[in-house]
Design a protein around this ligand. Structure first.
Ligand code: C2E
Ligand code: MG
Ligand code: MG
Length: 833
């Protein structure tokens, strides 16, 4: 028993020793690991703490024997958590804060387990670890993450770190919180766990390109930049822009730091822009409008849509230039100025109308509207606007205008337009002192034609009459139809003197009469029609439109009652003049035939009063009226064309006279000056006629001198030079008659093959009394000298005049002082006698 006891004592001892050793080992371990443990049974008073536990808790060993004491320093908020774990026990882990006597809060983690006590009773066994450092580290990490998130949240995108591992798998190292927003609820943890999973959110069409772009970046280590789409289950599509810079790590992995931004808004606005641009193009292409833009200097910088329209504006003519530098037409200087003022004021404008030349060179009416462009700072940047082809509208307007102002049947101006033009003519005739005339034309017996043949035939006649009237007048004159068979012709810019104007109007009237008397072809039949014409002249604003029309109308009735197919002037004195003139014309015709004309000769003398030649001046020996001066019939002859046979007659007589003089020594050197009128000279056959006359009569061309007037030479100077040169070549000489009354310029004088100037008698008359006339006479003489032209003074009546002229270099004189124009029989040739 003793031995047994001893043995068992030994065993106990050794067991205790082993236990102690174990406890010791355990406690030093406990110490090293900063852990402690506790055991407790069902009874709260059976709590036992290990040494490590006391150290951990910061309490004196042996001071805790009861559960309430053991839990006394667990933070109030954690009490319940701890109690729950204590009840649950099995493997429960609870973390709580411990109010350490050092004044700080320590974090304890306790793991609880069932066990059995020394007596085999059931106990709970807890291991406690001080995890304050661990918690602090986690908190610090949390802090850092928070800090990074905080920073990255300010970046307008999702910050990430991505790693491509050597096994080919992708792994996110960091993803900022914005991932939740961009990928709609995906958490950083999720994406970090499963990098590839995110691809499920990518738009299926964009996945392969996305992967290829990342791989390319990894392969070439070049920055990654890729735009791609996400597509969510509900169909929402987002555009993302990924950007990252790759680096290769020592272990062969590739590491990107980068950013993913949501660019949906930008993409959408780009898309909207593209759409609106496309819409806009479609619009400009479909419509006849085009779009234009100008810079701040109003130079075209863009022209859209015109190529598709009928307009086809040639862009090259526009880009880089302003509107007024293009070949635009139909805009007056004032309109351009107004347009530019609007642009300078940066105002919007509407429907600025002008004519443009399109690519094929056609002029087209366009209307331009524009509005200024300002940038966000309010700085003026230029103009933009549209242009529109308005030729259709213009045509329509023209049509409407035609309806309002033109006669539909004949297309001639109607009464309204005539009155308009007459009003203008009155104003301009008052200003320019040029007379005008109204010819009221009524077709004789038109009613009969209408009644017997029907209106269609009547209309056809009226249309033909309209055409003939138009052909009878100048383009500047107006032919109007008042209605029915009444037409009015308005003439403007007539000759200055009333007599001349009357002659002129009468001529036109006769021409119209002749034209309208020609047979008409109406269908298959030939028709004859005659007009009655009433004429009135106007030359000032005092006359009213209605008065004038009434006068012409009255005159027309006069013509009707005078037997139709005739012309009457309104004013009785006018009518008398016309009648007289008409009679005169007839008489002159007869006179020419009956040889009633006579040539008078007026001597031209030199400084010693010796006759060197004569001027032939025509007279008419009228059986009743006696000797008629040329001014009474030459103008009429000019107007009626009688001047042609008259001129031929004068030339023939003068040439024959030269021939007869050539037979005697005393007279053989005399020259013969012949006056040539404009109408004569302008005939194409003039030169030929003169040459023929010279040949037929055998007169010496060198003795023949032709007197021309300035006005004659001013029109068609080239033709005049050619004719004069041709005649000069055979010896005929030319003198400029009435010099000083016209408008000759020096440069033009030099051009003409002239030999002589004749100072007009109006200057000679007052040469002693009027300093102006004296100056002109002197100038003409000086001019003649410098140009190498001889100068004749005509109309010399006094010795004083002759002396003055002689003193200033004149060597040839003509005038009553030396002899009046006389018939050949009375001509005294000085030296000859
Ligand atoms: P003209 O050629 O300038 O002729 C000069 C005119 O002055 C002539 O008038 C003449 O009689 C006139 N006269 C000459 N000396 C004097 C003078 O000392 N004092 C004044 N007061 N007058 C003088 P006439 O003969 O009445 O002829 C007038 C115009 O008729 C001519 O002006 C000429 O333009 C034109 N004329 C005359 N004969 C002919 C002709 O055969 N053919 C053409 N086409 N016109 C002619
Ligand atoms: Mg003359
Ligand atoms: Mg003269």
């Amino acid at each position: 028993m003793q031995a047994e006891l001893l043995a068992s004592e030994q065993l106990l001892k050794s067991t205790n020793e082993r236990l102690n050793q174990q406890i010791h080992l355990f406690e030093s371990m406990e110490n090293l690991a900063a852990v402690g443990y506790w055991t407790s049974g069902a009874d709260p008073a059976t709590l036992r703490w290990s040494k490590g536990m006391y150290r951990l808790a910061g309490l004196a060993p042996g001071s805790v024997m009861h559960r309430s004491v053991g839990r006394s320093r667990i933070r109030a908020e954690d009490q319940e958590k701890f109690a729950q774990a204590r009840r649950a026990v099995d493997g429960a882990i609870v973390e709580y804060q411990w109010e350490h006597p050092d004044g700080r809060m320590h974090w304890h983690r306790s793991r609880m387990q069932h066990g059995s006590g020394e007596g085999g009773e059931a106990i709970v066994f807890g291991v406690v670890q001080d995890v304050t450092h661990e918690r602090a580290a986690a908190l610090a990490l949390q802090d850092r993450l928070g800090f990074i998130q905080n920073i990255t949240s300010r970046v307008p995108g999702m910050v990430f770190q991505l790693r491509l591992k050597t096994d080919g798998r992708f792994q996110f190292g960091y993803v900022s919180d914005l991932v939740r927003e961009i990928f709609r609820g995906v958490s950083p943890e999720q994406i970090m766990q499963d990098a590839a999973g995110i691809l499920k959110l990518h738009h299926p069409d964009d996945v392969s390109e996305f992967i290829a772009s990342i791989k390319a970046s990894a392969r070439e280590l070049k920055p990654w930049r890729h735009e791609y789409r996400l597509r969510f289950e509900d169909g929402e599509v987002r555009w993302l822009l990924g950007q990252a810079t790759p680096e290769r790590e020592a272990d062969g992995t590739v590491l990107w730091n980068g950013l993913i931004t949501d660019i949906t808004a930008r993409k959408q606005s780009e898309e909207r822009l593209r759409e609106s641009e496309a819409r806009f193009r479609a619009l400009t292409e479909l419509s006849s409008d085009w779009y234009w833009e100008q810079d701040a200097q109003f130079r075209f910088v863009r022209l859209d849509g015109s190529s598709q329209t009928s307009m086809r504006l040639p862009e090259d003519n526009y880009l880089g230039v302003t509107r007024w530098e293009t070949d635009a037409q139909g805009v007056s200087q004032a309109q351009w100025a107004a347009h530019r003022a609007v642009l300078q004021a940066h105002e919007t404008f509407h429907d600025f109308e002008m004519l443009c030349t399109d690519a094929v060179g056609c002029l087209t009416w366009v209307a331009i509207s524009g509005t200024p462009i300002f940038d966000v700072q309010g700085q003026f940047k230029g103009y933009r606007g549209i242009g529109r082809d308005i030729s259709e509208r213009k045509r329509a307007e023209e049509k409407i205008e035609r309806l309002a102002f033109y006669d539909v049947l004949t297309d001639l101006p109607n009464r309204r337009l005539l009155m308009d033009r007459l009003q203008q003519a009155l104003v301009s005739s008052a200003r320019e002192h040029g007379a005008g005339a109204l010819l009221f034309i009524d077709l004789d017996n038109f009613k009969d034609l209408n009644d017997t043949q029907g209106h269609d035939v009547g209309d056809a006649l009226l249309q033909q009459v309209a055409k003939r009237l138009l052909a009878s007048v100048r383009e500047t004159d107006t032919v109007a139809r008042l209605g029915g068979d009444e037409f009015v012709v308005m003439l403007q810019g007539l000759e200055r003197t009333q007599a001349d104007a009357i002659t002129q109007v009468e001529q036109v009237g006769r021409k119209i009469m002749a034209q309208l008397n020609q047979p008409y072809r109406l269908g298959s039949a030939e028709h004859h029609s005659t007009p009655s014409i009433g004429v009135t002249l106007f030359d000032n604003q005092q006359q009213t439109l209605d008065d004038l029309l009434k006068q012409a109308d009255l005159a027309m009735y006069e013509a009707k009652s005078a037997g139709r197919n005739t012309l009457r002037f309104f004013d009785p004195t006018m009518q008398a003049l016309v009648t007289q003139r008409t009679a005169l014309e007839l008489e002159l015709r007869h006179g020419l035939a009956r040889d009633e004309l006579v040539l008078f000769y007026q001597p031209v003398v030199d400084q010693d009063a010796r006759v060197v030649g004569v001027e032939a001046l025509v007279r008419w020996q009228h059986p009743q009226r006696g000797l008629v001066a040329p001014l009474a019939f030459i103008p009429m002859a000019e107007q009626t064309g009688l001047i042609l046979p008259l001129g031929q007659w004068v030339l023939r007589v003068a040439c024959l006279q030269l021939v007869s003089w050539s037979a005697q020594a005393a007279t053989e050197r005399l020259t013969m000056a012949v006056n040539v009128s404009a109408r004569q000279f302008r005939q194409p056959e003039f030169v030929q006629q003169v040459l023929t006359m010279l040949r037929q009569t055998g007169a010496n061309p060198k003795r023949l001198k032709m007197e021309l007037t300035e006005s004659l030479l001013l029109t068609d100077t080239q033709d005049a030079i050619a004719k004069m040169s041709e005649l000069r070549d055979v010896g005929v000489r030319f003198s400029l008659d009435d010099f000083g009354t016209g408008y000759s310029s020096l440069s033009y004088l030099k051009l003409l093959p002239l030999q002589q100037l004749k100072i007009d008698q109006s200057f000679v008359r007052d040469v002693l009394t009027d300093p102006n006339d004296a100056a002109i006479a002197r100038t003409v003489l000086a001019l003649g000298q410098s140009l190498g032209l001889g100068v004749v003074a005509e109309g010399v009546e006094t010795v004083g005049q002759r002396d003055f002229l002689l003193q200033h270099g004149c060597t040839r004189f003509q005038g009553y002082l030396f002899g009046k124009p006389v018939p050949i029989a009375q001509l005294r040739l000085g030296g000859a006698d």
